[in-house]
Ligand binder design. Structure first.
Ligand code: ZN
Length: 725
């Protein structure tokens, strides 16, 4: 694969630089014109000395590849239509004619040109939605009053740009849009204007043929971003775009020009310094207005290739596992099914030993190619596909947080592995606030409490710890702050009296016990929860997650930089048994099956964690979404226990049974032939009502975790939550 890429890269470079030379020659003529015409008098005096002019040579942007070197984002050579001010007429009438003819030639090839005017393309003119700041600027720029309508703005532009009354309304709108675009892009001799990008070959031919009559219009070759795998972590890959005024001010000292392209989000932004490459310099010498020397005094260096930690195939499989699960929930027609409202979720898989992100699925998602070509459809897609739930989606952790509470309580000596609490189904410490458990777990220790997700055990443990200790351990596991991932993410909150005060909420004694079971006002991202699983697997060593494996030269011949794992925190195991005890509880949670028999039913074997070759450790949760009735489903875990390789977390909004995805994501990781669509677990082929009506399966009602109760009123233990949680 690397060899293939290299060839493409070389081919690309050859074509690209050839294109640049042509562009440079055109520019040389511009300089010449400038010297002869604009600065004529000045140069007469210097007639006998050589003048040197320099010109910037752009470099292609680096590529983004997966861990195996397969391209996710690459470049191609495309044709752009540009306008050179030095050759472009200064007379309005002639200017407008050339603009209109160019647009019409492009139209014949069904090609768009750049027009970001916030006004509809046809009468009756209307301002475009969500463009308020652009509309305000437009009114300022063309000098109309602040309440001017879209039609009045067009009229003002027609007058301002001296657009002939002989033009049709459509033609007037075309010319006005382009003239305005030229204005906001600061079109000048030093700053050529990009009229259209990536035009098809037939448009190139049409424009070349007509060029004798269109001074200033030129077609040049430039590098264009290609999203080869636009569906692979689009949120994290991000996009590029023209540098804006603010970015220009910030980066101009680093050599950016007004017409440069810059990373706008994701890896494209985070790795900008590597991806952008280094511009070259061409120096042209003139004597008496004649070119006497011409050399590239500094070669342009293409941007570096950024190699990510993810594998395209595994990423796609994890995405599919997530989508399958949501789809299955939505299609349940059993009245007992709670997940038909499921509509979104996320899964994150990390390398336990380094913190490398192995997969980061977010649903709903989108394709970067659609983002570029049909942005409004992506923007307005159902359930906000642009939200990167994996790293920025904030959820209550639910019972997965009990691992944090258990770590702190064991490590600080608040409990020992043999400490027991008796669960009678109700927490009776306070008279006026008695939250409930989901069943009657009897007298149990921390391992059993983790296995069965007993709320009473953790209410009592949390109360004895106090909120400061709970918050300290949450924070040491990385909650409440961003993970350090290159592309950023949400920090979330930990429920404490301080964070309540900040958010103008009233802190009550009962909040401490709700915080201990992951409810209250603690909010986490899926990647933060995967980091918790990773830290438990490492017995207290928390690696900062990272998405960039390494940086290479453009053709991947040379390694520039390799990401070294960063330890963000070490939670010392003060007792010698803290993490082993938590892990034991998580093993029992993985092996726990709520059915008296049989465990071999074909629709369960596909997801039973006891069917794995190795031992998994997990914890599930049922976090509240908007209310105690509206819950989601979460899990964290790692695999295999004896030598942990992968740590993971998952969330399903308004759905349940997220645990069903765990075995699949492990199987997909270890078996590259595992194809998610073909091997959809039997469970997913079976309607829930069939399973629930199967009398050979007896749910064990007393060993379940349900949505926590935040008031004294009860939520009855119900069949559907007892099935799998
Ligand atoms: Zn209990």
């Amino acid at each position: 694969m690397i060899i293939v890429m290299k060839n493409i890269a070389e081919k690309f470079r050859a074509v690209f630089f050839f294109g640049l030379i042509l562009a440079a020659m055109a520019y040389g003529c511009v300089e010449l014109m400038k010297i002869q015409i604009v600065d004529g008098d000045k140069y007469v005096e210097m007639a006998h000395s050589t003048t040197l002019g320099t010109q910037v040579i752009n470099s292609p942007r680096g590529e983004i590849v997966d861990i195996d070197g397969n391209a996710i984002v690459s470049n191609k050579v495309g044709f752009n239509v540009i306008v050179e001010k030095a050759f472009f007429p200064s007379d309005n009438k002639e200017m407008n004619r050339i603009i209109l003819e160019t647009a019409e030639l492009l139209k014949e090839s069904n090609t768009d040109w750049i027009d970001t005017l916030p006004i509809s393309k046809a009468k009756p003119y209307e301002f475009l939605d969500s463009r308020d700041s652009d509309i305000k600027k437009l009114r300022e720029n063309i000098g109309v009053q602040i309440y001017a309508t879209a039609g009045e703005c067009i009229d003002a532009m027609v007058a301002k740009y001296d657009i002939s009354d002989d033009y049709t309304d459509e033609e007037k709108r075309i010319v006005a849009g382009i003239r305005y675009e030229m204005f906001i892009r600061n079109f000048s001799v030093a700053n050529r204007y990009t009229f259209a990008q990536d035009i098809p070959m037939d448009a190139v031919v049409r424009l070349k043929e007509a060029s004798y009559d269109m001074d200033g219009i030129d077609v040049i070759e430039e590098a264009i971003r290609v999203y080869e795998q636009g569906d692979v972590i689009p949120h994290l890959i991000g996009t590029v775009g023209p540098i804006d005024a603010e970015e220009y001010e910030k980066y101009k000292s680093e050599g950016y020009a007004l017409n440069d392209v810059i990373g706008k989000s994701g890896i494209e932004k985070a790795m900008e310094q590597y991806l952008r490459g280094k511009k070259g310099t061409r120096t042209i010498g003139f004597l008496n207005g004649t070119v006497v020397s011409d050399e590239i005094t500094e070669e342009a260096v293409p941007g570096n290739t950024v190699q990510l930690t993810i594998n395209i195939d595994y990423q796609r499989k994890v995405q599919k596992i997530l989508e399958n699960h949501i789809e299955w929930l939505q299609n349940q027609n059993s009245s007992l099914a709670k997940g038909t409202e499921a509509n979104a979720g996320a899964i994150v898989v990390l390398d336990v030993k380094t913190g490398a992100v192995l997969a980061a699925a977010t649903s709903p998602t989108y394709n970067l190619n659609d983002y570029i070509t049909n942005y409004s459809a992506v923007l307005n897609g159902e359930n906000s596909p642009l939200t990167n739930r994996a790293t920025s989606g904030l959820y209550r952790p639910g019972s997965t947080f009990k691992t944090v509470t258990a770590t702190g309580a064991l490590n600080e000596g608040v409990i020992s592995p043999s400490t027991t609490v008796t669960c009678t189904g109700v927490y009776t410490y306070w008279e006026d606030y008695q939250p409930k458990c989901t069943g009657y777990h009897g007298t149990i220790n921390v391992v059993t409490a983790l296995e069965k997700s007993c709320n009473i055990f953790f209410y009592e443990t949390g109360r004895r710890m106090g909120i400061d200790m709970i918050a300290e351990y949450a924070s040491r596991y990385g909650l409440g702050s961003t993970t350090g991932l290159e592309t950023g993410g949400a920090a979330g909150w930990i429920a404490t009296p301080d964070s309540f005060a900040e958010r103008k909420l009233e802190w009550q004694a009962g909040n401490v016990v709700q915080a201990a079971i992951g409810q209250s006002e603690t909010y986490v991202t899926p990647i933060q929860m995967a980091v918790i699983a990773e830290t438990i697997a490492n017995k207290g060593v928390r690696y900062q997650p990272h998405l960039v494996d390494s940086i290479h030269t453009y053709n991947m011949e040379q390694l520039v930089k390799k990401t070294q794992p960063v330890i963000a925190e070490r939670i010392e195991d003060k007792t010698g048994y803290t993490f082993d005890t938590v892990i034991k509880g998580m093993i029992q949670a993985a092996n726990f099956t709520p059915y008296s028999y049989p465990t071999e039913k074909n629709y369960y074997t596909d997801y039973l964690l006891t069917k794995l070759d190795g031992q998994a450790a997990i914890k599930t949760g049922t976090p509240q979404m908007t209310s105690s009735e509206d819950t989601g489903s979460s899990f964290i875990g790692f695999y295999p226990v004896d030598d942990p390789q992968i740590a993971f977390s998952g969330f399903i909004e308004h759905g349940e049974y997220s645990k069903l995805m765990i075995k699949q994501l492990i199987d997909a990781y270890y078996n590259e032939n595992y194809t998610v669509s073909d091997t959809t677990p039997q469970m997913y082929k079976t309607d829930l009502s069939t399973i629930l009506s199967d009398t050979t399966v007896t749910p064990a009602v007393t060993t379940v975790s349900v949505p926590p109760v935040t008031t004294a009123s009860t939520t009855e233990t119900n069949l559907e939550t007892s099935i799998l949680e």
